[in-house]
Design a protein around this ligand. Structure first.
Ligand code: NAD
Length: 473
């Protein structure tokens, strides 16, 4: 089903200049899935040049017309849902049903963005001088580099590509080397649905090679990146050297707080879903569970019992599995207790057993580092103020959740917690196409993806100051 994954440049599938390939392995059984183009700086230059040429005619179309094309892509993706989801499931190892949900989420993003063709509101405002009016025009930036993670490959590309091209940019996508086929499927589908050649290009390969070349390319106007904070820092430094606009959506060490007035049945369900779905490979996964003392023992007991029945999903690579298991081992060596998991499951594929740790210091490595795997740590606290202190004791600030029956506690938490998204009585993950998503501190650079906020990433608001009656001034 998945053949060799090539670059897509100027509407054509092309080999790399070097002719080199990477091998993509299936996480579910460690067998070879496909070869992937291993691109370099020359391939990047070809893609950026194609994007630059295609961009102006694309930008000349009306926003309504670009929105219509985005809608056509979304509808074609909906039509090809089974094919798309099967590719996602195969290259990530996630269950087909989860992949279908992600395909649907990618479609929804397209439909939301398409509607902006008939909105894209700007501002008109007053001028201090008479006979003038002031208004804004939304303008494309030019060529956008879209670099992304593997975890939910179709939404990852959809969240960036749809608003980027809708705003009148041309784009060069650099998918994760761990999930190349889904992104290529998306881009080929976009071409089929009517996105002009050169408007959406894809270059595959390793981050340090093709990704870095893209970030450094002088003709790239915007770098939009989703991935780890360490890569984000490198990209930000490189892009800053040439003062390129950057939007970084980075990691999280998200906390879910369970208060003593919470519905514990629901809290258990949401902890499990937030910590372990997608094998914990979510920027918004709950890797810290902060529990008020009166219900700590009860919740711990329930979690340890419930985790046994969970369906397991492999993590994306052997390196990832070894890194996650190593971190749990290190926590154990430092005095923490592993209540569940902490081992590789005895079955084909890179399965890490859902892992629950307790007794780790909030300042310990396992409490501070993002593991991006099915590992969560329990903390016992005296009251809500202590809980908020533990939650905020993190370099990250992406999402946070609280389980409580008290509107006062919920609101106090929402006001004080350092996070871009706060959820009351549900999970730490879950986003909507029409709501901005992003974090504070090391979780990003302050931009929001999705929502109308995404338009601010991919366009520039030009202020027009217009004299309406020159004869009067
Ligand atoms: P990663 O940083 O290793 O890689 C992300 C992408 O960057 C890949 O395509 C990779 O090839 C590329 N890359 C690596 N080095 C590069 C370089 N020097 N220059 C340019 N590109 C480079 O991250 P990952 O392991 O793929 O993804 C996991 C991370 O992504 C986690 O931290 C997770 O929280 C984060 N994430 C964040 C969000 C969000 O919306 N905030 C969403 C999903 C994932």
């Amino acid at each position: 089903m998945v053949g060799d994954v090539q670059n897509l440049i100027d509407g054509r599938l092309v080999p790399t200049r070097s002719g080199e390939w990477l091998e993509k392995i299936r996480p579910a059984n460690e067998t070879a899935l496909c070869r992937v183009a291993r691109s370099g700086a020359e391939d990047v230059s070809d893609a950026v040049a194609a994007a630059r040429v295609a961009q102006s005619a694309w930008a000349d179309r009306t926003a309504v017309s670009r929105g219509d094309t985005v809608r056509d892509v979304a509808l074609l993706l909906r039509e090809r849902r089974e094919e798309a989801s099967a590719i996602v499931a195969e290259e990530t190892g996630k269950p087909l049903d989860a992949a279908r949900g992600e395909t649907d989420a990618a479609v929804e993003m397209g439909l939301f963005v398409a509607g902006e063709g008939r909105r894209s509101y700007g501002r008109t405002t007053t001028a201090s001088m008479p006979y003038r009016t002031v208004l804004t025009l939304r303008q494309p930036l030019g060529v956008a580099a879209l670099i992304m993670s593997f975890n939910t490959p179709l939404p990852n590309v959809a969240w960036k590509a749809f608003p980027a091209i809708f705003c009148g940019n041309a784009a060069v996508v650099k998918p994760s080397e761990h999930a190349p086929a889904s992104a290529s499927f998306f881009a080929e589908l976009a071409l089929e649905a009517g996105v002009p050649s050169g408007v959406l290009n894809v270059v595959h390969g390793l981050g340090g090679e093709v990704g870095a070349a893209l970030v450094d390319h002088p003709d790239v106007d915007l770098v939009s990146f989703t991935g780890s904070a360490s890569t984000g820092r490198e990209i930000n430094e490189a892009a800053a050297r040439r003062l390129a606009k950057t939007c970084l959506e980075l990691g999280g060490k998200n906390a879910l707080v369970v208060c003593d007035d919470a519905d514990l049945d629901r809290a258990v369900e949401w902890v499990l879903a937030s910590a372990f779905s997608n094998a914990g490979q979510r920027c918004a996964s709950a890797s810290r569970i902060v529990v008020l003392d009166p219900v700590y023992e009860d919740l711990r007991q329930r979690l340890v019992e419930a985790v046994v029945g969970l369906e397991s999903q492999p993590v994306i690579s052997r390196e990832s599995m070894e890194r996650i298991l190593g971190a749990v081992e290190q926590a154990r060596d430092s005095g923490a207790t592993v209540l569940a998991g902490g081992t590789r499951l005895d079955r084909p594929g890179w399965h890490v057993a859902p892992t629950i740790v307790e007794g780790a210091d909030p300042g310990a490595e396992i409490s501070q580092l993002e593991l991006f795997g099915p590992v969560t740590v329990l903390y016992r606290v005296a009251d809500l103020d202590d809980a908020i202190e533990v939650v905020n004791d993190s370099p990250y600030g992406l999402t946070a959740a609280i389980h409580t029956a008290s509107v006062h506690r919920a609101m106090r938490f929402a006001e004080r917690v350092q996070a871009g998204v706060v959820v009351v009585n549900a999970g730490t993950h879950g986003s909507e196409p029409h709501m901005g998503f992003g974090g504070v501190k090391n979780s990003g650079t302050g931009w929001r993806e999705a929502g109308v906020e995404a338009l601010d990433v991919y366009s520039d608001l030009k202020v027009v100051n217009l004299v309406v009656d020159p004869s009067k001034i």
